[in-house]
Ligand binder design. Structure first.
Ligand code: NAD
Length: 261
């Protein structure tokens, strides 16, 4: 369903971004990757997504999204490598956890820059091309924390709420075009980093990993099960597909009932 479309997925060297990049490529899109990682991890991601595209490897930008100039360059590189940029998935993100009084200023600034401001710079640079081609899909990977708060995550929760606000603004500015802008708000998604947190919690609290998952990590996620990367990727694919043109400005929860509760 995406044949002839071009896409950039930020933070696609691992986790959710890699899952989205693979699924968009399997659906026929040409996909540009971005993100940090060990050289062999980046090479593996390029090969995996490349294979789905029928190429030796997918194109890749090593842009540091905390730097607005590099974000703009990444958009230009994508347009040069793929001929256009039809689908922009703002996914890259980092986390840091501390009480407000102890929250380091540099961590706060980095989270606002990567998780929030980079979305603005990327959207601003990508929109003129989408308007010229009169088609576009912008998907911002926010979080359940774009809609509700948890303690000790002041920067992350603020940045993700801001992403939801920006999503709505972009949507109303583009509402009369064939461009849509939506946010996806996942609860806890099974990724290597998140699974490592379960092991740490189990040790700290001297409980089984199953109990640590259900009673500690997923304490607010009523389903008591992980959201899978594939499920988030399928939601992104739906937003890029032929039947989602009327969905814009939405913050779509995929959180096992967390926001509802
Ligand atoms: P991850 O750590 O596996 O992936 C993050 C990606 O961002 C990596 O590719 C990393 O290299 C990249 N990145 C980090 N800093 C960067 C920078 N300065 N410049 C360029 N790339 C950078 O994490 P994930 O769990 O897959 O998270 C992806 C997104 O989903 C994030 O925005 C996160 O906040 C959001 N999210 C995750 C969960 C979850 O439970 N895993 C839940 C809700 C929302």
């Amino acid at each position: 369903i995406l044949s002839g479309r071009t896409a950039l997925v930020t933070g696609s060297t691992s986790g959710i971004g890699l899952g989205i990049a693979k699924l968009l490529a399997e659906a026929g899109a040409k996909v540009m990757l971005n993100g940090f990682g060990k050289p062999e991890e980046i090479a593996r991601a390029r090969q995996e997504v490349g294979a789905a595209m029928g190429a030796a490897e997918a194109p890749y930008s090593g842009a540091d999204l905390s730097k607005p100039e590099q974000v703009r360059q990444m958009i230009q590189e994508t347009q040069a490598a793929l001929g256009s940029l039809d689908i922009l998935v703002n996914n890259a993100g980092i986390q840091f956890v501390a009480p407000i009084e102890e929250f380091p200023d540099d961590k706060f600034d980095a989270i606002m820059a990567i998780n929030f401001a980079s979305n603005f710079h990327a959207i601003k640079a990508a929109l003129p091309g989408m308007k010229a081609r009169n088609w576009g899909r912008i998907i911002n990977i926010a979080s359940a924390h774009g809609l509700i708060a948890s303690p000790f995550k002041v920067a992350y929760v603020s940045a993700k709420h801001a992403v939801v606000g920006m999503t709505k603004t972009v949507a109303v500015e583009t509402a009369q075009t064939a461009i849509t802008c939506n946010a996806i708000c996942p609860g806890f998604v099974r990724t290597p980093l998140a699974e490592a947190q379960v092991k740490t919690l189990a040790k700290e609290h001297n409980v089984s990993e199953e109990a640590a998952l259900k009673d500690l990590l997923l304490v607010h996620q009523p389903s008591k099960r992980w959201i899978e990367v594939e499920e988030v990727a399928q939601m992104a694919l739906y937003l890029c597909g032929p039947n989602s043109g009327g969905v814009t400005g939405a913050a779509l929860s995929i959180d096992g009932g967390w926001y509802a509760s």
